[in-house]
Ligand binder design. Structure first.
Ligand SMILES: [Fe+2]
Ligand SMILES: [Fe+2]
Length: 473
């Protein structure tokens, strides 16, 4: 009789805390080295996918892709973080997590980051690289020793769960955007990336490496990245700064229910924050540690969610958001006029300013008073997110300066330097700064079955003389 046959648990209770059966646990074909090697390879790839998604946010015009990239970059960042902490449990520093584990992986990710075509990029991420990461996680889950390396098995399972979701939400985008005439070229491109991965034994290096590394598909392209934010054609009149929502919001003569419209507008306009944060992250790159990228990516994703809360808010009021000019000149001006540290300063200054009585609390009070339960719900969470963002700023921005006051003053000063170009945009024929408020207000009143209040209808304050914190320019 072997030891295995003799092994019994008390009254047949599940063995080994439910990790696995004894016959699996007695297998010894696993090692700490193997575990660290595979995790490091996955780490490298997911970190590069994160970085590539972030870099594409400003230049990607399509709203749905901007928010998708923000979400998926955040999920990749969380996975990178859990791998890093697991590797840190198994190895003494230096962990070597900044090293390229395999030149084949590097070439694959370089190709992806240079890819100038949206559909090809999506295909590369969601049909090649991430499915291969998913397969590597599945192998890791099965191969890692379930008792000795249980913490690795756990993260491999969680990663596989999330990667499945990433692929499931990313893949349909390809079908929506791929034109028939490009199908053949797209298939060739996918095979090309797959060949790269095959040449190095896939993401985890466990498959037999295939001979021959392909020639680069885009040898002369630079990394797909630009500071100038792009918006799709549904963003009509994006230079329009003809309505100052803060001026309306903080004016006591207007009703809370009407102010929620300005709150929804402000939320949706926050799409410009991921655009700015993406350039801070991309430009600073290795000048900041991973923890900086992780926390700032969380914030970037929160801001994308805030924009979507605005989108949902307008949908709940039966308003087609594309009829409202969503201004993008804040991100455009910051990204093209300031350095990354200066942009971070402005971001911190604005976020810190949102914390006192007049900021997020006030928006929450207005939303509560408005009787719109959705506005209240959204502002509840918007406020909570903002508390987190102020903490992130205090951890990663303030320590660069002598004091909080100095850090704030720098941000304020940088913001003051930014030219709003209000008149220039008008002179160049980019916008008329049309007052869109009466139209929106009238539509909402009609939907609500109420008569527009003449005083509210007559609101007409612009950004010509005042910036968003109501400071005079
Ligand atoms: Fe926000
Ligand atoms: Fe924020």
């Amino acid at each position: 009789m072997t030891g295995l046959e003799q092994h019994k648990t008390y009254r047949d209770l599940p063995a080994l805390a439910g990790l696995c059966e004894m016959r699996r646990a007695i297998k010894s074909d696993w090692s700490l080295d193997e575990s660290v090697t595979r995790l490091k390879r996955l780490h490298y790839v997911l970190r590069r996918v994160h970085e590539t998604l972030i870099a594409r946010i400003p230049g990607e015009p399509i709203y749905e892709l901007k928010t998708l990239y923000s979400h998926h970059a955040y999920l990749c960042a969380e996975q990178v973080t859990s791998i890093r902490s697991r590797v840190g449990e198994m190895r003494e520093p230096p962990l070597g997590l900044d090293k390229v584990p395999d030149l084949g992986l590097e070439s694959t990710l370089d190709e992806l980051s240079r890819c100038p075509d949206t559909v090809q990029f999506l295909s590369g991420v969601y049909l090649v690289v991430l499915p291969e990461c998913l397969a590597a996680c599945e192998r890791l889950r099965v191969d890692a020793h379930p008792v000795a390396d249980a913490p690795t098995v756990r993260i491999a399972k969680l990663m596989a769960y999330e990667l499945t979701e990433l692929c499931q939400t990313g893949t349909p985008c390809i079908d929506c955007l791929l034109l028939n005439e490009n199908e053949a070229a797209n298939t060739k491109w996918k095979n090309h990336l797959q060949a790269y991965l095959s040449s190095c034994g896939s993401i985890d290096g466990t498959l037999d490496p295939q001979d021959g590394t392909p020639e680069p598909w885009y040898p002369n392209e630079k990394k797909s990245y630009q500071h100038e934010p792009q918006r799709d054609e549904r963003f009509r009149d994006p230079y329009n700064a003809g309505v100052n929502p803060e001026a309306f919001l903080y004016d006591e003569q207007y009703a809370a229910a009407d102010k929620t419209l300005m709150i929804y507008y402000k939320r949706l306009r926050e799409l410009d924050v991921p655009e700015v944060m993406a350039t801070i992250l991309t430009d600073l790159g290795n000048a900041e540690p991973w923890e900086f990228h992780m926390e700032m990516t969380r914030q970037l994703w929160d801001e994308a969610r805030h924009a979507m809360m605005g989108e949902v808010g307008f949908a709940s009021q039966n308003i087609d958001w594309t009829e409202i000019p969503i201004n993008f000149t804040w991100s455009k001006n910051l990204n093209t006029q300031l350095t990354p540290r200066e942009r971070h300063g402005v971001l911190f200054f604005i976020e810190q300013g949102l914390m006192p009585k007049t900021g997020k609390r006030y928006e929450w009070e207005v939303a509560t008073e408005s009787g719109d339960p959705l506005a209240k719900l959204f502002q509840d969470f918007d406020w909570a997110d903002e508390v987190l963002h102020a903490q992130i700023g205090r951890r990663w921005y303030v320590p660069r300066y002598k004091s909080l006051n100095e850090a704030m003053a720098f941000g304020d000063e940088c913001w003051s330097q930014v030219l709003s170009n209000w008149q220039e945009y008008k002179d160049q024929g980019l916008t008329e700064h049309r007052n869109w408020w009466p139209e929106l207000y009238t539509k909402v009143c009609k939907h609500r079955g109420v008569t527009p209040d003449p005083n509210t209808l007559a609101f007409h304050e612009t950004y010509e003389q005042k910036r968003a914190d109501l400071e005079t320019l």
